[in-house]
Design a binder for this molecule. Structure first.
Ligand SMILES: [Zn+2]
Length: 242
């Protein structure tokens, strides 16, 4: 069941299209049928009882849950696509007190924050991944990789022998280590056949993988929307006043 919870959350938090959002309830039901945990149907026919589950879980959703949290302990992940579905730089605006301090750079010469001299310092490459942090309840997350890890992933992705990233028998582990002045990330490839022995993790079933794949992003989907001109102007004002 927890996987369907993350589903709902993900859909709520993403700038998904209306039709996709409306499908969320349906997806929850579908998922449960696949994993064999269909809610009791009572006297006659199918029910929408699963919808209450979805409601509670969606209502308690918080935005940060859709992102993969990398910790000091290696987390096993499966990457769903053969590349990132969204790549962007962001400005970090300390002056923003209400809301995210991270503002997506327009990526064009007329980006208002770039124009006033603020540098977009943070790079993100976004991947759909299945986190096997809890091996019994795989959940789909968005992984925002920084430039170093993104380059390592590209090397693997473009290497005929090691790639592609979404090769059936290929999993990864990711962990971080707090150094004196920075955080260092370590990425490792893991072959499916070594998953259990090395990490006590069972490989995903084809059914589970397919269900996740149906929900994966396409290239061009955005994790963080660009602010429009008005909103951007407000941020610029904050910076200039600050
Ligand atoms: Zn910019």
């Amino acid at each position: 069941m927890p996987e369907s919870r993350t589903y709902g959350r993900r859909r709520r938090q993403l700038p998904a299209t209306a039709s996709k959002t409306e499908q969320a309830g349906f997806e929850v039901g579908k998922r449960e049928a696949i994993s064999g945990r269909v809610v009791a149907t009572g006297a006659g026919g199918p029910t929408q009882m699963a919808g209450w589950d979805a409601m509670d879980k969606t209502a308690s959703a918080s935005g940060s849950d859709m992102y993969l949290k990398v910790t000091e302990e290696a987390t096993v992940i499966k990457i769903l696509g053969d590349g990132p579905f969204d790549v962007y730089n962001s400005h970090w605006i300390e002056e923003i007190e209400d809301g995210s301090k991270s503002v997506r750079c327009w990526g064009t010469p007329d980006c208002p924050l770039c124009v006033v001299g603020d540098k977009a310092k943070r790079f993100s490459a976004c991947f759909d991944v299945i986190s096997l942090e809890d091996p019994d309840t795989p959940v789909m997350k968005i992984w925002e990789a920084g430039i170093k890890i993104a380059r390592q992933l590209k090397d693997i992705a473009t290497d005929g022998k090691r790639g592609p990233l979404n090769r059936g028998d290929l999993y990864f582990t990711i962990k971080k280590e707090q150094k004196k002045k920075s955080v260092e990330y370590t990425l490792e490839r893991v072959k499916e056949r070594d998953l259990y022995e090395e990490y006590d993790v069972e490989p995903l079933t084809d059914e589970a993988l397919e269900t996740f794949l149906a929900e994966a992003h396409q290239w061009g989907d955005v994790v963080k929307e660009k602010l429009d001109e008005d909103a951007m102007q407000e941020v610029v004002d904050l910076v200039m006043e600050g």
